[in-house]
Design a protein around this ligand. Structure first.
Ligand SMILES: [Ca+2]
Ligand SMILES: [Ca+2]
Length: 305
């Protein structure tokens, strides 16, 4: 209204400026004039107002239609109360299920760690038991070997002697760690009613080597002290080896490079515990202190112990 009043007042002033003489200010006339001017000006602005009004009305209609459309749209999305409650219940169940799965997972993880520890412990124990088993099998093998010899003897050989192929054998290292020269070793065998061994077959060499190999002699690393005198010498003619019974050697089981008659003083033969039983002999000075092997035929086994 203030703005309208200003326009009306301006209209009066303009009328005055254009020379309309109105000596007295008749309020009604002025008002009519004002209305007339306003009517004139209204005719100019009315189109703008109608256009604005129409635009607003159109905008309102559009908004109304949009609101109606949105209501219809969302109305279709409203879930029935029963179904919503069901969804909430399912959600609660799923959440509870997830929580239980998480707890089960933690328990399973803990059990897995325990099982891994038990597995490692069992592996360690298994390795230890396997090692013990191997040791026991090795010990059993040795005991069976000795037992077989004893059982084969079956009382036919004196105690401490071993039976092999109708002969009895005495291995000095089984009784004492004392060693003797070739002559003293032979003298001991004669005292026992026997003589130094004559290894005249591959089978006998295999038997002798097996027995002395299982004895686990002291100082096994000093190989030349682990020898056993046999009844074999080349004392009369160098290089001609003869057994104590006078027969000449035909097949020998010498180590590689032996006999070498080192320093020209090696005239007596000994056999040593070797992995390869067929390469086990060496010639050595007859005064060397070694073990010895006595042999006697079973029919003459009335030897002294
Ligand atoms: Ca010699
Ligand atoms: Ca030698």
């Amino acid at each position: 209204m203030d703005r309208l009043g200003e326009e009306m007042n301006i209209t009066l002033i303009q009328k005055d400026d254009f020379g309309t003489e109105v000596p007295t200010r008749d309020f009604n006339l002025e008002c009519n004039n004002h209305l007339a001017m306003y009517t004139v000006r209204e005719g100019h602005n009315a189109r703008r107002y109608r256009f604005a009004t129409g635009s607003l009305g159109l905008l309102c209609i559009i908004l109304m239609l949009a609101i109606i459309a949105l209501c219809v749209h969302y109305k279709g999305m409203v879930l029935p109360s029963g179904e919503l409650e069901g969804l909430r219940t399912n959600h609660s169940k799923m959440a509870a299920g997830m929580e239980k799965l998480r707890a089960d997972y933690i328990v399973a993880l803990s059990e897995k760690i325990d099982l891994n520890q038990q597995r490692d412990l069992l592996k360690s124990e298994t390795a230890s038991l396997r090692k013990q088993r191997e040791d026991l099998l090795e010990e059993k093998k040795k005991l069976q070997s000795r037992l077989t010899d004893q059982e084969r003897s079956c009382g036919m050989c004196p105690a401490g002697w071993r039976l092999f192929s109708s002969n009895c054998y005495f291995f000095s290292a089984s009784e004492s760690s004392k060693r003797k020269s070739w002559d003293d070793g032979r003298a001991d065998c004669i005292d026992r009613g026997a003589d130094l061994v004559v290894v005249d077959s591959q089978e006998k060499q295999m038997f002798v080597n097996r027995v002395i190999h299982n004895m686990e002699l002291r100082n096994p690393s000093v190989w030349h002290l682990t020898g056993f005198w046999m009844g074999l010498r080349d004392i009369h003619t160098e290089g001609i080896w003869k057994w104590s019974n006078g027969t000449e050697l035909t097949v020998g089981y010498w180590m590689d490079g032996e006999p070498n008659d080192q320093f020209s003083v090696e005239d007596c033969a000994a056999t040593y515990p070797k992995v390869n039983a067929l390469k086990a002999w060496n010639d050595a000075p007859c005064g060397t202190q070694l073990y010895w092997i006595c042999e006697v035929a079973l029919k003459n086994s009335s030897v002294t112990q």
